[in-house]
Design a binder for this molecule. Structure first.
Ligand code: C2E
Ligand code: CA
Ligand code: CA
Length: 778
């Protein structure tokens, strides 16, 4: 992969972490389901609660309402019964009153005497007109023993005797009844006075003109008993009180009956009382307006009660609604969380977890013989560059656009996932032959042909694609591994390429693994490993220092170039041991020889170790090596990662006096920002520029620009790979500080360096090889 190996291992998890991811996902899923069920159930029970709560309140209200209505009706019925009772008492009292008023004048010796004497004026003043006038009796009639009217008053004034005829038909039968009663009481007696005392007839009657009156007939009696009356010779006193407004008002006022009225026909309401006539017939009705106090109270209070209940219902609904909303937002959050857990937040594409799930499904159905499919890994070329030079928002935008283009390219059943960073994976369904995969990959590559518009700036971005066709039962882990190998191959072929995995790739991987095993044992035994040292000269020709370069002679394959075995060690994780061996070996030489300094090449992976600086400085101090006598060379890639650990390591080393050089400058992204951010002591202009000096104007101006820049930033400039005098003189003219290359010196064996630095000393007293056993090793 073109990406620095440390980035690879950070993004491409090793199989162990695939497994742990799968486990954590499996453990996570039931939790999600449980949560989902809880939320759904909660939601469901909420709706039920809402229904139940509201129904209970409404039912309660209905029960309460009808109960209250029933109670109020009962109360009001009792009130009505009491009112009817009062009305009937009122009627009776009126009847009693008329009788008593009569008795006040009729039981009187003077009245009997006046009647006998037919003293009309006395009778008028005391018994007839007077009674009508004083008590308001409508008719007052005095009948003689033969029931003939002697005197009549109407409305309190004297009336014609003849007017009695209008009343006679009604009154005569009552008179007859009374006479019979009196006769019966006094039969055989000479004086009736005592036996008829208390006798009388009264009652309601209806007159021919349909008016209703209360008739009372009493005999005139001696109050002393001194005046004897022969039975049958008694005078009768008739009083008629008309049932009229005044009479009704009298009852109403006395008993507090509202709107009391007398009427002839039967009222529709229960608040009424029939008035029974003497003959037992109903002569009319009293009607009033009953109060219904309880119902009134209910009417007055019920709206408030119902309003309160309605409020309670509303409150309940609001509360439950709120709860409901809360539960819904919980569910939304859960859904979002689930989405986030399985989707990439930037592109919305399935993330690694979901991708692995889909891959497992695809592999399972391929295993069942249902379908074959292809898996592709995609890696953007130069994404880091875009991200670092244009900023993360632009990098994000690029990733989004790439995702959109891949989605356009994919088929319906295919899955496009973002695995992280600039890495995507595609599962292509229904792949029957090699050319299906090749066609699809070519189609994906085509998507990258148009340039990307990144906030107004055009950018051409390539992609490398590695693919593998799943045939038969292939475990997903193997598919991922082989797709990764194919991607690695595609990147090795240059940018914008597609490689389909073949068995030979696997073979190559196997070979690399075997080679790595050999390298590890070489590191362990130190067999076949050694360092060579290439001198670096000042512009004036003096030797400034040496760069240590690792060499490995394989027991079978012979010498293997550091480009190959260093990359292998980085890829397979043995770089740290190898690097430690380099440091220790270089320090051995620094202790032995008074070299101004030794430069060692340090892999980015070594710099990621947070204890690297501490360990290196401790080693230097233990070995008694001035930190200034050690330089470390690293490539720009290290800086591009922007790791705080690397930054801290560089700072710590530099402040202790170790100098830091940027190797192969000009080949990477050569961002000035990095140079400013990280303190760098030295730039090493890459050999590719030096090579072109004298042939290529552009390279010369690039080199000149780099030198200007480095001078401005007070950095040392070393030109690498100087092979010709022309290059050397041009570089010196341009102001290069140091020169390194075959022209000046090839990398030297340790003994040659010793010879170079201490030629006489060695001649006098040869040092035995590897005689020095250091007390402290890295
Ligand atoms: P580098 O650090 O750029 O080392 C310089 C490379 O250029 C060396 O190749 C050196 O032999 C070669 N060279 C120097 N002058 C000339 C010249 O005039 N002409 C030509 N054609 N080549 C010249 P080498 O030793 O094969 O190393 C290759 C790379 O391997 C190094 O590039 C360095 O990146 C890496 N490397 C070597 N040793 C170590 C090591 O101990 N640790 C780490 N991490 N990397 C190492
Ligand atoms: Ca170097
Ligand atoms: Ca270099």
């Amino acid at each position: 992969m073109a990406k620095p190996p440390e980035a690879k291992s950070a993004i491409w998890s090793p199989p162990a972490s695939h497994a742990s991811l799968a486990v954590s996902r499996i453990a996570w899923l039931p939790k999600t389901i449980w949560w989902g069920i809880t939320v759904t159930f909660f939601d469901y029970s909420l709706k039920r609660q809402m229904l139940w709560g509201a129904s209970a309140i409404i039912l309660g209200a209905a029960l309460l309402g009808s109960g209250a209505y029933w109670a109020a009706s009962r109360i009001d019925e009792n009130v009505l019964i009491r009112e009817q009772h009062l009305a009937s008492i009122g009627v009776d009292e009126v009847a009693d009153r008329v009788v008593k008023e009569q008795d006040g004048s009729t039981i009187w010796d003077d009245a009997l005497l006046a009647a006998r004497a037919n003293d009309t004026s006395w009778l008028a003043d005391n018994l007839v007109e007077w009674l009508g006038d004083f008590y308001g009796h409508e008719y007052v009639v005095l009948l003689d023993p033969s029931n003939r009217p002697m005197q009549i008053a109407q409305g309190g004034g004297a009336a014609e005797i003849a007017s009695y005829t209008a009343l006679e038909a009604t009154i005569a039968p009552i008179v007859t009844t009374l006479r019979e009663e009196m006769n019966a009481a006094s039969a055989g007696l000479t004086d009736s006075n005592e036996s008829i005392t208390g006798l009388g007839q009264s009652g309601f009657v209806k007159f021919p003109d349909r008016s209703v009156g209360l008739v009372s007939i009493r005999p005139i009696l001696s109050d002393t008993g001194e005046l004897k009356q022969r039975p049958g010779d008694e005078f009768l006193h008739v009083s008629v009180e008309m049932v009229n407004r005044a009479l009704v008002k009298e009852i109403a006022d006395r008993f507090g009956l509202t709107n009391l009225q007398f009427r002839m026909d039967q009222p529709a309401t229960a608040a009424s009382l029939p008035i029974t006539g003497r003959d037992g017939s109903t002569v009319g009705w009293l009607e009033w307006q009953t109060e219904h106090p309880a119902l009134r109270l209910l009417q007055n209070t019920l709206p408030a009660v119902f309003a309160a209940l309605a409020l309670a219902v509303l409150f309940l609904i609001a509360m439950l609604k709120r709860l409901h909303n809360t539960s819904r937002s919980l569910r939304d959050t859960e859904q979002k969380a689930r989405r986030l857990a399985f989707h990439d937040h930037l592109t919305g594409l399935p993330n690694r977890a979901l991708f692995e799930d889909r891959l497992e499904q695809a592999a399972a159905s391929a295993h069942e013989g249902n379908a074959t499919f292809a898996l592709y890994y995609l890696d953007l070329d130069q994404f880091k560059y875009v991200n670092d030079t244009r900023g993360h928002p632009v990098g994000d935008e690029l990733i989004r656009q790439v995702a959109a283009r891949l989605l356009m390219a994919k088929g319906k059943a295919d899955t496009v996932a973002r695995l992280g960073g600039d890495e995507f994976a595609v599962i292509q369904a229904k792949v029957t032959a090699r050319h299906d995969a090749e066609e699809f990959a070519a189609h994906m590559l085509e998507q990258f042909e148009p340039s990307f518009d990144l906030f107004g700036e055009e950018a051409r971005i390539g992609v490398s694609i590695g693919g593998v066709i799943a045939e038969g039962a292939v475990p997903p882990d193997d598919l991922m591994r082989t797709a990764d190998i194919a991607l690695y191959e595609a990147k090795g072929d240059g940018r914008g390429r597609f490689r389909l995995f073949t068995g030979s790739m696997d073979e190559k991987v196997r070979q690399r693994r075997a080679l790595d095993d050999d390298l590890r044992s070489a590191i362990d035994t130190k067999e076949g490993l050694h360092l060579v040292y290439q001198p670096i000269h000042r512009a004036n020709g003096e030797m400034a220092g040496v760069e240590a370069l690792a060499r490995w002679t394989h027991p079978v394959h012979g010498p293997i170039g550091p480009d190959l075995f260093i990359a292998l060690a980085e890829e397979r994780g043995s770089i740290e041991q190898l690097g430690n061996w380099v440091i220790n070996t270089a320090c051995d030489l620094a202790v032995r020889l008074p070299l101004p300094w030794i430069a060692i090449n340090v892999s980015p992976l070594q710099l990621r170790d947070p204890f690297f600086a501490n360990r290196l400085l401790a080693l230097l101090s233990a070995r008694g090596i001035e930190p200034a006598r050690l330089q470390i060379e690293m490539t720009e890639g290290v800086l591009l990662q922007g790791s705080p650990t690397v930054k801290a390591t560089i700072n710590q080393l530099r402040s202790a006096g170790v100098r830091v050089a940027l190797d192969d400058f000009g080949t990477g992204y050569s961002s000035i920002t990095y140079l400013r951010d990280y303190g760098i002591d030295k730039l090493k202009i890459d050999k590719s520029f030096v090579d072109k000096l004298g042939h290529d104007e552009e390279s010369a101006s690039i080199v000149a620009a780099i030198i200007d820049l480095a001078q401005a930033m007070k950095m040392t400039i070393t030109a690498e790979g100087v092979e010709t005098e022309l290059q050397a003189s041009m570089l010196r003219r341009m102001g290069v500080t140091e020169l390194q290359g075959y022209l000046l010196s090839r990398p030297l064996m340790e003994s040659q360096v010793v010879e170079l630095v201490q030629p006489r000393k060695r001649a006098r007293k040869p040092e035995p090889h590897r005689s020095y056993e250091p007390a402290f090793r890295f």
